[in-house]
Design a protein around this ligand. Structure first.
Ligand SMILES: C[S@@+](CC[C@H](N)C(=O)[O-])C[C@H]1O[C@@H](n2cnc3c(N)ncnc32)[C@H](O)[C@@H]1O
Length: 234
């Protein structure tokens, strides 16, 4: 499929990525910020790059309808299995479409709220997906993109060590030029055991960067994590 961005973390280690999702934002800071920017209660929701569909049931709990879009076939299968038989709060559909962000196959102006968490919308290069959002989001609707804030936090610094060519200022400039707003949040990023924390670190960071986080504090089972929440209205 055209425009698919390899995601080694979830593609190679879907079970560890599932574990990772359970330890992100335990105190609900990101969830509250997303709701404040674009509450999805009673709305038609699109989750772009939904992966194994971790967030679909939570969205369905209050939405009118939910569609997850995901290009990687094994993850489409996992996501479909997760939502099999599930309906939204209002009895609406919850479904998963095998597609990429640039060509979702959804009808024009059919969505109120879009969420893309750590998926596809990483900066320059995602213009085809932005054009697709402009097509599928209703006037008055909102799109939200969640990604790592590589300018700060223990995880952000480790991300920069893993991807030294990543330029967070250039990425911020890109989103500003596209007319998006960026909010900076700090979320919990922790697991019950050291083994789980290490497993998650090792699918996200280079061996050197992961070793460094672990060595900084031999007791820690998580670390501070800066997030960018980018959004725009249509
Ligand atoms: C790091 S995972 C995040 C998954 C999910 N959003 C979550 O939070 O659990 C990134 C996802 O984006 C998907 N992806 C890659 N290229 C894509 C594209 N062009 N359009 C939509 N999703 C894409 C990957 O297959 C992967 O499932």
């Amino acid at each position: 499929m055209e425009g698919v961005i390899p995601s080694p973390n979830i593609w190679s280690s879907p079970d560890v990525y599932e574990l990772e999702n359970t330890g992100v934002d335990r105190s609900g800071v990101l969830d509250a910020a997303l709701r404040e920017v674009a509450d999805w209660t009673g709305r038609d929701v699109l989750d772009v790059g939904c992966g194994a569909g971790f967030h679909l049931p939570r969205l369905a709990a209050t939405a009118r309808s939910v569609v997850g879009v995901e290009p990687h076939p094994p993850l489409v299968e996992r996501a479909r299995a997760r939502v099999a038989g599930l309906r939204t709060a209002t009895g609406g559909p919850v479904r998963v479409v095998a597609a990429g962000a640039a060509a979702t196959g959804l009808p024009d102006t059919s969505v109120d709220v879009v969420q893309a968490r750590w998926a596809y919308f990483f900066g320059p290069g995602c213009e085809p997906g932005l054009a697709e959002l402009a097509r599928v989001v209703r006037p008055g609707g909102t799109a939200c993109v969640v990604d790592v804030d590589a300018t700060r936090s223990t995880f952000g610094g480790s991300f920069r060590r893993t991807w030294p060519d990543y330029d967070p200022d250039a990425v911020d400039r890109f989103w500003r030029r596209q007319g998006w707003t960026t909010d900076r949040l700090s979320v919990d990023w922790s697991w019950p055991t050291r083994e789980q924390f290490e497993a998650v670190l090792r699918i996200e960071l280079s061996p050197e960067a992961a070793d460094r986080v672990l060595a900084e504090d031999p007791e820690r089972t998580g670390c501070d994590y800066g997030v960018v929440l980018r959004w725009r209205r249509y």
